[in-house]
Every structure is written in C-alpha cells, then in structure tokens.
Design a protein around this ligand. Structure first.
Ligand code: PMP
Length: 362
C-alpha cells in the first residue's frame, strides 16, 4: 500500500499524442493546435538543433554527470558561482530534489491554493503534509502563508509568476515576505516563466540570493528557451543548499543532448527576445479577442491566460477539442469554470479565438 499522502494525490494528467487525438476526432493532425502546456510557440531554435547534431556521435557515452560546462555558462550569465547551481531534468526535478532533501513525515510544506501541481505531488510523495493557503484574487496571500508556517514547516513554495493563474508578486511584496520567513525554512522561488516578463514589474529572484541564505530560485530552459522536450532546468542557491541537493541528485539526471542544447540556447539572446515579443503581442491579441467575446480572464505575466467562462468549463473544453484546439482545463486546481490557454503564434491565437466563438455560440 502506498503511503497515505500518495494515496490522496490525483495523477498529473498530460495530453494524448496529437496523432492519437486526431484519429479519435477524425481530423487531420495538421488541423490540431495545442495551447495546453505553456510551450514556446516559436519552434526549435536552429542553433540548438545544430548543437544537438554535433553531440549525436557521443551518444554511447554517459553525459557529463556534473554538467560542468552548463553550470559554468549559467554562472557567467547570471553572476553566480558554479557551486550555487544545481541542474535538473526540468525544474520539476529540482522541486522533487528539494522535497526529497527537506521534507519527510512530520514536516510540512506551505504553498498557495491554485499553485503548481508538482508542489503537492512532491511534498506528499516525501510523506510530508501539504499546507494549502487560500488565495486572494487567485494570487498568493503572503500574510496568510506566513501565518501558516509553524515549527514543522520546512519548505515554502512560491511561483512568480504563478501557474495556472499567471498572477505575480512585485519586488516589495516578495522582499517583505522573505524578510519575515524564519531562516530555518527553505523558500523555493519558482521562476519557470520569469524570462517572458522579467523586469516588467517582476523582480529577478537571483538578486536576492546574497541577502537570503534560505532562498532557492528554480528556473527552466523548457519554456522561454524552448527546450521542453529535452527536460532541463536548474536552481541557484547558497553553495550549502546546492551541496545538499547534489548529494541526492541522480548523477546523470540531465542527458547529454539537453546539456549541449542548454548551452546553445543560453548563447542565443535573439531567440529569447523574439519569444518575448511574440508572447507580448499574443497576450494583447488574446486579451482583445476575449474582451470581444465578453469573457473575463486573470491578468497574467506568464505565457498563458486563465480564462473564466463563468460556468462549468468542461463542455466548452470538449467543444474546443472537437474544433481541434487543445487547451488546459484547470478544475484540478480548484478552478472549474476556467480554461488555461497558452499564448501561441498569431495564427494559433486567432484559431483559438475563432473556435471559442463557435463553441460559445452552440
Ligand atoms: N514550475 C511551474 C510553475 C511550472 O508551470 C512548470 C511547468 N509546467 C514547472 C515548474 C516545471 O517545468 P519543467 O519541469 O518543464 O522545467
């Protein structure tokens, strides 16, 4: 029998392969658009593809288990020391590592309602308790989270911006929170989407590492850098925290293609800038289209929008699927009237809006 916390978890549901779904719906796979997983709509970066091709001849070798080059590049890029960085198989792996090192039966992790699904998953898998603090206007209630911290709290998870709501914390709110969290509690600041809007009212968590020794910033190359399929993320923290994580980390948790791809991706500022531009334009396009449909949404600083349909979203999701448009229902996040749509290309956004109009008219 699995431990009680695990028994209480609902599985993290991922979408079907597109060709499988197309067969089920009886439509051409090319007619399907996927705006469900907050992926980068630009498609693979040619510089990344070239780096991967160069690495293929080494496939019989194990990857560099310490990720020396990637860590050095990240350290140089962000003004950190290599010893502060931990590499993960996606940033999910970082969250899991934190849970395995800091959480155990008798301990708890504090996080907000409508927070990322991996937090309860990893917390409960470690036998610890999830302390879920009600949200305010779908955003984090930082005062409520501080109140929820007790002697058994070992970790606080905060995502900035948060998925699936897109809500964000400004510098002042974040600093005042970090000032008040007891130093024995590890704060995981999850910045999976930060590159899309950094500076745009969003503080850069890396700037706080010197001031708060109990802070760990987790980031990913799977979103703005476009490497979702390769699974690569990292954290920055004090060298002491990184040392703990590295003791538990599987030695080859980041594969060799992901390592070279990440280095190439970090070297390409232009791809990142283009992603930001497309995201900003797409967000404005979707907001305008949703307003024309008289729908509400939660203002977002991610590459996605949580749209409130004002009624059970499941039938509308089913209707969108019949139109070949995949978005994400978020009833499992306690938001049954919402659908989360990722920002796509201009054409994808237009197709989503048109499909939504058709479904709402039915
Ligand atoms: N944190 C948040 C808030 C996310 O939304 C996601 C991806 N859905 C992740 C972490 C994990 O991303 P990855 O493992 O692909 O780096």
């Amino acid at each position: 029998l699995a431990v009680p916390g695990v028994q209480k978890l609902s599985p993290y549901v991922t979408g079907k392969p597109i060709d499988e779904l197309a067969r089920e719906l009886g439509i051409e796979p090319a007619r399907i658009i996927k705006l469900a997983s907050n992926e980068n709509p630009l498609g693979p970066n040619p510089r990344v593809l070239e780096a991967i091709r160069g690495e293929l001849s080494e496939l019989t070798r194990y990857p560099d288990g310490s990720g020396f080059r990637l860590k050095a590049k990240l350290a140089e890029r962000f003004g950190l020391k290599s010893e502060q960085i931990t590499l993960g198989n996606g940033s999910n792996d970082i969250i899991d590592l934190v849970a395995r090192c800091w959480l155990a039966p008798g301990r708890n992790a504090v996080f907000s309602a409508h927070a990322f699904a991996a937090y309860p998953l990893c917390t409960q898998a470690a036998g610890a308790e999830s302390r879920v603090v009600p949200a305010v206007d779908y955003g984090h209630d930082l005062d409520g989270m501080l109140e929820a911290i007790d002697e058994q709290t070992a970790v606080v998870f905060i995502a900035n911006p948060n998925n699936p709501t897109g809500t964000w914390l400004g510098a002042q709110a974040l600093e005042s929170f970090l000032d008040r969290v007891p130093e024995r509690v590890l704060v995981v600041l999850d910045e999976a989407y930060i590159e899309f809007t950094e500076g745009d009212e969003l503080p850069n968590g890396l700037n706080y590492l010197d001031r708060y020794p109990n802070l760990l910033v987790s980031r990913t190359l799977c979103k703005a850098y476009g490497l979702a399929g390769l699974r690569v993320g990292y954290s920055a923290s004090s060298p002491q925290i990184a040392d703990v994580l590295n003791r538990v980390r599987q030695p080859f948790n980041v594969n060799s293609l992901a390592l070279v791809a990440a280095c190439a991706a970090l070297d390409d500022e232009q791809y990142l800038a283009e992603g930001r531009r497309v995201n900003r334009a797409g967000m404005a396009q979707l907001e305008q289209g949703l307003a024309e449909l008289r729908l509400k949404w939660i203002p977002s600083r991610g590459n996605f929008l949580a749209v409130d349909l004002g009624r059970d979203a499941a039938p509308i999701n089913a209707g969108l699927l019949r139109e070949g448009v995949i978005v994400r229902p978020i009833a499992g996040y306690g938001m049954p009237t919402f659908l989360r749509v990722s920002i796509g290309t201009e054409q994808e956004n237009a197709r989503f809006l048109e499909a939504l109009r058709v479904v709402l008219d039915q």
